[in-house]
Design a protein around this ligand. Structure first.
Ligand code: DC
Length: 231
């Protein structure tokens, strides 16, 4: 039997990365950050002097670039861009390439291949709706816009960390708008997703709640693996 796949979606700053990573670690599953793939494609487009709105030029990058997402690093075509993709410029460029239907098609195919063997927690915007509609468990993480902006401003991995909260909130609201209003796979909650509002909830409590939902959803599959690991 293939190990289950878990889909975690939601807007920026909802805590998807922290939660998905912790859930993957706890279950012994792989973790895939699909936003990092859109960011890396945007980085490579800029590196190759390709306009991020030029679908015909960006699509081959999405289709053919080599990605290495192991160990928390993001490497595209041999360039380690782990830090370089967390900038305000790449925030904007990634949202632009994510609007291009052929770029999405190419990345979605690669994301499905990554999840093919199962045992994966995949995080993004369209995982439960488009990439893995048959995921064993779908979680939609959300939080108030104010809290999401505050978290993003305080994220040490993000170059915006020193910026005024108001600017971060504005930039976040603009990206949310782009993600929710694009024609190709806009950010929407899957009807069969479990919604978890993380506003005012400490991260450990969010992780515990999501793990409960995931364990209940994958039931015997997780129990079987856990007892096999103990024996
Ligand atoms: O999660 P993030 O901020 O790293 O995502 C970067 C951009 O890619 C953001 O504009 C949303 C978009 N994205 C997407 O359209 N679909 C995904 N599965 C993941 C991210």
């Amino acid at each position: 039997m293939t190990a289950p796949v878990i889909a975690i979606d939601g807007p920026s700053g909802a805590g998807k990365g922290t939660v998905a990573r912790a859930v993957a670690r706890e279950l012994g599953f792989a973790y895939v950050d699909t936003g990092a793939m859109y960011r890396a494609v945007a980085w490579k487009a800029r590196h190759d002097r390709v306009a991020v709105h030029d679908e015909a030029a960006v699509e081959p990058i999405a289709a053919r670039a080599s990605f290495d997402l192991r160990g928390g690093r993001v490497v595209i075509d041999g360039h380690d861009v782990t830090r370089a993709i967390r900038t305000p410029e790449i925030d904007v460029a990634a949202a632009a390439v994510a609007r291009l239907p052929r770029v999405r098609e190419a990345l979605v195919a690669r994301q499905r291949a990554l999840a093919g063997q199962g045992g994966v927690v995949m995080e993004g915007r369209d995982i439960g709706t488009a990439v893995l509609p048959d995921a064993a468990v779908k979680i939609y993480l959300d939080a108030s816009p104010e809290e999401r902006a505050a978290r993003r401003a305080g994220d040490p991995a993000h170059v915006l960390s020193g910026a005024a909260l108001g600017e971060v909130a504005d930039a976040l609201a603009a990206r949310d708008r782009l993600d929710r209003t694009r024609d190709a796979s806009p950010l929407v909650e899957a009807p069969d997703a479990v919604r978890v509002d993380t506003t005012g909830v400490p991260v450990d409590a969010v992780i515990a709640r999501v793990l409960d939902i995931v364990r209940a959803g994958i039931g015997d599959a997780a129990g079987g693996r856990a007892s096999a690991a103990r024996d």
